[in-house]
Ligand binder design. Structure first.
Ligand SMILES: Nc1ncnc2c1ncn2[C@@H]1O[C@H](COP(=O)(O)OP(=O)(O)O)[C@@H](O)[C@H]1O
Ligand SMILES: [Mg+2]
Length: 304
C-alpha cells in the first residue's frame, strides 16, 4: 500500500538547490525554487468541483467534489447506475456536465480541452474501436492521432503491446478478440502517450483470473507518481491495488477513505467479506440515506 510517501516524493523531487542562508530567502533563485516546489506539490492531478449531470428527469450525478493528487490509486465504487461512468466521462471531457468544472493537471477541460486531453489516458466503458483494424493497426492509429510519428510512434506501440501482453493477438482484427483482449487493447491505447493521469472504467471487466492479476500488477506498477482513478465492482481489487476508496450511491459520494477505513465500516456482526458488507451498508437502506444526507461533498482534499 502506498501512503503519504508518494506525495513526499513529489515534494522532495523539487528541493531548492540549497537551503537559504541568512538574508537569502528573498533571492530570486531561492524564491523561484520555492515557488516551483510549492506548485508541484500543491496542484492535484485531478480536480472535479460540484459536478452535476442530468439526463432529462434522471439526476445521474449530484454534486461530486473530488481531488486526486499524484501517487494516488483511487477505487471508484458504487452499485450499477450510481453514476461512476457518467462522472468519468465528464472528468475526461467526453460528456458535458450540467454543472461544475474539471481541471486536469491544472488545465480546465472546458477552457482548453485539447491541452487537458493530453494529460490523461482513458479506458472507457465497453470497447470502442474500429472492428476491422488489427490490434497493432489500432494502436498505430491512436499513436498517429496523438501526434506521434516515425520511430517514436512505432516504439510507443511496441511498448504498449509489451506492457499489457498483447503480442499473441497483435495481428488479429479487433472484432475477433475476446472481451478480455478488447479491454487490454483499450488499456494499451490509454497508456500509449505515457500520461500522468489514468481514468479506467472497469479495467478488469471480462478478464480471466490470470489476466486480472496481470492488469492489477500493471496498475500498481503505474501508480508511482501518476494519479489513477479506476472503477470496479470487485472489492478485493480495491484492497489489492487502491490507496483510496470512494463510494458513490445515486450520484453522491457516501464514503471517502482508505480501503482499510472502508472495511471498518462493515457492521459488527459481519465476520466474512467485510468489504462487501461495508459496501452494502453504504449503498442500501437507511445507512445510505443517512450518508447521502450527511456526506454530500466529503471527498474534497482526498485522504490517502
Ligand atoms: N446517455 C444517457 N442518457 C440517459 N441516462 C443515462 C445516460 N447515461 C447514463 N444514464 C443514467 O445515469 C445513471 C448513471 O449511470 P452510469 O454513470 O452509467 O452508472 P454506473 O457507471 O455507476 O453504473 C443511470 O441511471 C443511467 O441509466
Ligand atoms: Mg459504468
Amino acid at each position: 500500500m502506498q501512503s503519504c510517501a508518494a506525495t513526499d516524493r513529489v515534494r522532495t523531487r523539487y528541493d531548492p538547490p540549497h537551503s537559504a542562508g541568512p538574508g537569502e530567502t528573498d533571492s530570486p533563485a531561492f524564491l523561484a525554487a520555492r515557488s516551483m516546489e510549492t506548485n508541484m506539490a500543491a496542484v492535484p492531478k485531478i480536480v472535479a468541483e460540484k459536478l452535476e449531470k442530468r439526463f432529462g428527469h434522471i439526476h445521474a450525478v449530484r454534486g461530486i467534489d473530488l481531488e486526486v493528487p499524484a501517487g494516488q490509486v483511487l477505487g471508484f465504487l458504487g452499485p450499477n447506475g450510481a453514476g461512476k461512468s457518467t462522472t468519468m466521462r465528464m472528468i475526461t471531457g467526453f460528456l458535458e456536465p450540467s454543472g461544475g468544472r474539471v481541471k486536469l493537471d491544472g488545465i480546465d477541460i472546458a477552457e482548453d480541452p485539447i491541452a487537458a486531453k493530453r494529460t490523461f489516458g482513458y479506458l472507457p466503458e465497453g470497447a470502442p474501436a474500429y472492428p476491422d483494424m488489427t490490434v497493432e493497426e489500432f494502436l498505430a492509429f491512436i499513436a498517429y492521432a496523438r501526434g506521434f510519428s516515425g520511430k517514436d510512434a512505432k516504439d510507443r506501440v511496441e511498448r504498449a503491446i509489451g506492457r499489457v501482453n498483447l503480442q499473441g493477438v497483435r495481428k488479429q482484427a479487433f472484432e475477433t478478440l475476446s472481451k478480455g483482449y478488447k479491454r487490454r487493447t483499450g488499456l494499451a491505447q490509454a497508456l500509449l502517450h505515457d500520461p500522468g493521469i489514468l481514468i479506467l472504467d472497469e479495467p478488469t471487466d471480462g478478464l480471466d483470473p490470470n489476466q486480472k492479476f496481470e492488469v492489477r500488477e500493471l496498475i500498481k506498477e503505474l501508480g508511482g507518481d501518476r494519479a489513477i482513478v479506476l472503477s470496479t465492482h470487485i472489492l478485493e481489487e480495491v484492497e489489492a491495488v487502491c490507496t483510496r476508496a470512494v463510494v458513490i450511491n445515486k450520484g453522491t459520494i457516501v464514503f471517502d477513505g482508505t480501503p482499510a477505513e472502508m472495511e471498518s465500516r462493515a457492521p459488527r456482526d459481519a465476520t466474512k467479506n467485510r468489504m462487501d458488507a461495508a459496501f452494502r451498508a453504504m449503498t442500501t437502506g437507511d445507512v445510505a440515506a443517512d450518508a447521502e444526507r450527511g456526506a454530500g461533498s466529503r471527498a474534497k482534499g482526498g485522504r490517502r
